[in-house]
Ligand binder design. Structure first.
Ligand code: NAP
Length: 242
């Protein structure tokens, strides 16, 4: 009897492993030609995922892979996104505006609205996007961020990030979004350390910088996790201030 139960258990386990290996995750990436976007593509491919990169300049992508499809679209047109979104498990956004005191910015909010519209049409539920620490005020924000960068050449970008976040919070309860909010981004390689994540505008007493690779790692690690569903989550790397 015991022997029969054990062999049944191993058959069940084998079936589970088989089912898992048959399901390939498929992700759609926007902002795919940017520094973080390119890392999302490489990391997703390294994990064996299928990747659809929606871009405005396909020539900026020099990654060739059988599981990567690069499509030129207007990211503000939801129908063009929807056409490519069918069958995807998640949308990952690394869209970013251009800094400048007089440079207008609405790319976060407008692309966000177009993505959500396309998600609703196609039934895709998971959306992970990057904004930044401190789109709203917080006493723990770094001085330079609060008093120098945010009021000057990042002001229009941050304002639009805030509009995008508010839109998700107030109008997208049907979407499993996670907004990943990093401090300053670097191009350092990830050293594989555990990423600190906390709901809110920033994290106190940590380094004010994180590598793009770590942010990307956090995004991909959380595609199937429900931990940060419908949350704005700040990320950081170390418990020591640098
Ligand atoms: N830099 C930092 O220290 C820092 C800190 C915190 C948060 N962040 C945020 O982190 C995210 C990733 O930053 P990053 O520096 O890795 O990105 P990035 O290199 O600036 O890339 C931005 C991406 O957005 C795309 N994009 C911009 N406007 C677009 C438009 N109108 N239509 C289609 N695509 C458009 C760009 O496409 P093209 O290649 O076609 O221009 C590019 O793929 C951004 O949201 C950024 O604001 C940055």
């Amino acid at each position: 009897m015991h022997k029969a139960m054990n062999s049944l258990k191993s058959v069940y386990l084998a079936m589970q492993i088989k089912a898992a290996s048959l399901t390939t995750m498929k992700v759609l990436v926007i902002g795919a030609t940017g520094q973080s976007g390119l890392l999302i593509i490489s990391e997703a491919l390294a994990r064996g995922y299928e990747v659809i990169a929606l871009v405005r300049c396909p020539e900026k992508i020099n990654i060739m892979h059988e599981k990567l499809k690069v499509v030129q679209v207007d990211i503000l047109k939801s129908e063009e996104i929807a056409e490519n979104l069918k069958g995807c498990d998640a949308v990952l956004s690394a869209i970013g505006g251009r800094p400048g005191i007089m440079t207008p910015c609405d790319i976060y909010s407008k692309s966000g609205e177009a993505v959500v519209k396309a998600m609703r049409e196609t039934g895709v539920k998971r959306f992970i996007a990057i904004t930044a620490w401190g789109t709203k005020d917080d006493p723990d924000l770094p001085f330079v961020w609060k008093w120098v960068l945010k009021p000057s050449f990042l002001r229009n970008i941050v304002k639009d990030m805030e509009i995008f976040e508010d839109y998700l919070l107030k109008e997208c309860s049907d979407i499993n979004y996670t907004v990943v909010k990093p401090p300053r981004l670097t191009n350092e390689p990830s050293n594989g350390e555990k990423i600190i994540a906390k709901e809110g505008q920033c994290i106190a007493n940590v380094s004010n910088a994180i590598s793009r690779q770590d942010v990307v790692r956090f995004m991909l690690d959380n595609i199937t996790s429900q931990d940060y569903f419908k949350k704005l989550v700040s990320v950081a790397m170390s418990s020591e201030k640098k």
